[in-house]
Design a protein around this ligand. Sequence first.
Ligand SMILES: Cc1cc2nc3c(=O)[nH]c(=O)nc-3n(C[C@H](O)[C@H](O)[C@H](O)COP(=O)(O)OP(=O)(O)OC[C@H]3O[C@@H](n4cnc5c(N)ncnc54)[C@H](O)[C@@H]3O)c2cc1C
Length: 386
Amino acid sequence: MGSKIYDFLIIGAGSAGCSTAYFLQKSGKKVAIIDREGIAGGASGVAGAFLSPLPGKKNSYNNFVNEALKFSIRFYEELIPNAINKKGVLRVPNNNFSKEKLENNDIEYEYFNSKDLQDISTNFKDIDGYFYKNAAVIEPLSICNKMVEGCDFYKQDIDKLVFKDGMYYIEDIKAKNIILAQGVSNSLVKHPYMKISPIFGLRVDVKTTTKIPFNIHKSISISTNKNDGTVAIGATHERHDSSQLECTTTCDKCIFYVDNEKNQVESLLNKTKELITLKNLEVIKTYKGARATIKSYFPVIGKIVDYESSLKKHPSIKNGTKIAQDSLEYYPNIYIINALGSRGFVFGPYLAKILSENILNETPIPKEISTQKLFYKTARKEKSQL
Ligand SMILES: Cc1cc2nc3c(=O)[nH]c(=O)nc-3n(C[C@H](O)[C@H](O)[C@H](O)COP(=O)(O)OP(=O)(O)OC[C@H]3O[C@@H](n4cnc5c(N)ncnc54)[C@H](O)[C@@H]3O)c2cc1C
């Protein structure tokens, strides 16, 4: 059998990789996707997966999140309507999201006091909150599978990239371009200016006879009853020193869960009880994973700058000299889409569309999510640390 040649080989079949595969393939490109765990076998198969607005006074981050949310909800509704359940979310104020913050925004909402909520369901506890209608819960696996229909999929662990005569070689597979969508796993190329670190998390699916009219969110989220009757409850957020850790094993073996899974499940169920009574509750599955984040919380996409070669070519960047993006050094034909944080399914399709338009038509990438912004920032800091 002769080897196959692809326009794009995507490494990582989570929300980021599958969304990118979808848009590239739709533009007529020949696309393959590889994952050592299978489709949505990383953080994406663990996600709740809630799609919610980020309320509060307008700033560049919540503006970005809310634009992505509008785009992605519409995208999933068109792609696979039976994998999205859009009934809105009730946000209950807490320390991070005070009443003022929940009221003070551009997003339309309706306030429900305790009596209003009792009229909707007597299972609600004595709470009040703000109802945002553009919110949903989705089925991540069905969505990822649908997005890669028509692409070739390989279940394989890639440990290095071989580039020869303008082409990447991975055993029998040849590709003109590589997209790294690796989540928290060690990157296949070096990019010291993009420090991606994990936020570990656990969530559960439960069965209950209680009807939940919409998603509820305080410090945790509880979903409305999904199409299969289950309810998603999630998630915990834990940062641990992971410098000695390589995320190549499944989360089931990860030291951060082995010892305290039971406590984390209990904590989720206790927080649920403060919001709503779920009758005949039974935990049917526990999910564990790690979200990939960088300090700014923005995701990052684009061509990968080669840090060392760029600084060698333009040492004055360290002193703040402005060098045009085009004259930086890049790894040949390698792009990244990563650091989707806690909103992987809100960001996935939105970022993938921007990235594919950048690759195919050179449409600029917004500065705040570009690889170059992180590159310049780190390079300039290096000078101040000398
Ligand atoms: C507990 C929890 C709850 C969450 N809840 C939500 C939510 O409600 N809503 C939401 O939008 N987001 C949620 N998220 C976040 C969301 O899951 C992530 O942002 C999203 O899944 C990231 O997608 P990704 O494609 O970047 O990474 P991943 O899904 O982790 O995909 C990366 C893939 O790359 C593969 N890979 C990496 N390196 C290699 C290699 N060398 N060779 C082969 N394969 C490789 C891995 O096996 C993995 O499957 C949650 C996350 C967690 C952990």
